[in-house]
Ligand binder design. Structure first.
Ligand SMILES: [Zn+2]
Length: 441
């Protein structure tokens, strides 16, 4: 449905996350009241974002996913659309848990947390949630226009939720300096406290407007303008003056394929973010006993120190393993005509025990029956190639003491375990394995 205004800025997709507009959402742009058979419903939030208490008549009762829902002759409740989440609040004391546009006719469906038997109801919109949405939605318009002016970047998606607020830009790269310039411009517009107007211009007036974004609809549609700065088609709720938005702060810019996702916050959310990050930074600086500006350098020093310590530790562990292996080989029991080493290690990594075992059986005529106690205890049984003993059979016997059957190997080298075992339990398993070795002689 081309609307014949191709002379304006490129047309962008208006709806949230680039999803196509639902039929109901199109109506959201084009009408401030809609006909529902015999009756008409008024979207009062279109002309007034600030009123939160009102009276209304229930004109239809319905349900959504099992929850009761009503349609009113007029409402200040904003339904989820255009990237902005729904309002919440009360209808005569009954919680309004969701507000949606009915696809078939654009009616605003108030989904309720309980039954609402009255026909004449009083509505109460949750103001702090609404105002937060108004600030972020208006902030988004300003930020989107600032990205057009400073970076020739068009906004192609908008998402607003309690946890994050983002816009998607149709460019794949933007420098941090340009993002700073965008932020500066946006905050200037806020400080100038410019009026924000939302209305349905007629065709003549529309022809005079430079719209940032034109909806793909026929006929009249709603325009939201930040005086002298930005005008765009929008169905959302906005503040009346830009100063109400408070600070606009970009938090991060992430690459997503060919586009960029810009996360930002306005007003109280920006303050909260600053408060949390400031506290975190102060804590980090205190922990590192340095000024906050020196935290990166202090972290870099720690990283280097850690690297050097790991290197030193590796060298020392290797020397310790060598020493341990030599010591064990010297103290080996040689009564059976070969060197026999039986040893349970505590607090040793099984990889380290394995290295000791390998060093031991590099000597001829040597049998090493070793184990590592701990959460993943292991038995490592091995012999030099010149002996006949079967280490797999010995391992099986050892593991049987633990009641497990996880392990295997070849006649000269076998390993298994994987359960939690104390040094005493490892010693008991090694003793059982040794019995098998002895029985083979
Ligand atoms: Zn808007």
């Amino acid at each position: 449905m081309p609307c014949g205004r191709d002379g304006f800025l490129p047309r962008a997709n208006i709806s949230h996350q680039n999803a196509p507009l639902l039929p109901g959402e199109m109506l959201q742009y084009t009408l401030d009241n809609i006909s529902l058979g015999e009756t008409t419903m008024q979207r009062l939030y279109y002309n007034d974002s600030y009123t939160t208490s009102f009276e209304a008549q229930v004109i239809e009762r319905s349900s959504l996913d099992g929850a009761p829902a009503v349609i009113l002759d007029q409402t200040y409740f904003y339904p989820t659309s255009g990237g902005q989440p729904n309002d919440t609040g009360l209808l005569s004391g009954v919680p309004v848990v969701d507000v949606v546009i009915r696809e078939s006719d654009g009616a605003v469906l108030h989904v309720l947390g309980g039954e609402l038997p009255l026909d004449l109801v009083s509505g109460q919109v949750n103001w702090s949630r609404r105002f937060d949405h108004m600030r972020h939605h208006t902030g988004q318009h300003i930020l989107s226009q600032a990205f057009v002016r400073m970076a020739q970047a068009e906004t192609v998606g908008f998402h607003l939720s309690p946890d994050s607020v983002t816009i998607d830009l149709n460019v794949s790269k933007i420098s941090p300096e340009v993002v700073d310039a965008v932020e500066d411009l946006a905050n200037q517009i806020v400080a100038q406290n410019r009026p924000v107007r939302a209305w349905f211009p007629d065709d003549d007036e529309l022809a005079t407007l430079q719209l940032r974004k034109v909806p793909d609809v026929d006929g009249r549609f709603r325009v939201v303008a930040v005086e002298g700065f930005d005008a765009t088609a929008c169905g959302g709720t906005h503040v009346a003056h830009t100063g109400e938005i408070g600070m606009i702060k970009v938090l991060r810019v992430d690459k997503r394929g060919d586009s960029l996702r810009v996360e930002f916050r306005c007003g109280d959310r920006a303050l909260l973010d600053y408060r949390q990050k400031n506290a975190l930074m102060n804590q980090l600086a205190a922990d590192l006993t340095t000024g906050f500006w020196e935290v990166p350098a202090a972290l870099e020093r720690l990283r280097e120190e850690n690297k050097a310590l790991r290197r030193e530790l590796r060298t020392l562990r290797a020397a310790m393993l060598d020493h341990e292996a030599q010591q064990l080989w010297q103290e080996a029991d040689r009564s059976a005509g070969y060197a026999l080493i039986v040893r349970a290690f505590d607090q040793w990594d099984s990889g380290e025990v394995r290295q000791v075992v390998q060093q031991l059986i590099a000597h001829p005529s040597t049998i090493a029956l070793c184990g590592a106690a701990g959460e993943k205890a292991q038995l490592i049984l091995a012999r030099s190639e010149d002996l006949p003993h079967d280490m797999v059979a010995a391992l099986r016997q050892g593991l049987a003491v633990w009641g497990v059957d996880r392990g295997g190997g070849r006649p000269s080298f076998a390993q298994g375990g994987g359960i939690t075992a104390s040094v005493e339990q490892v010693e008991a398993a090694l003793a059982a394995a040794l019995e098998i070795i002895r029985s083979e002689e």
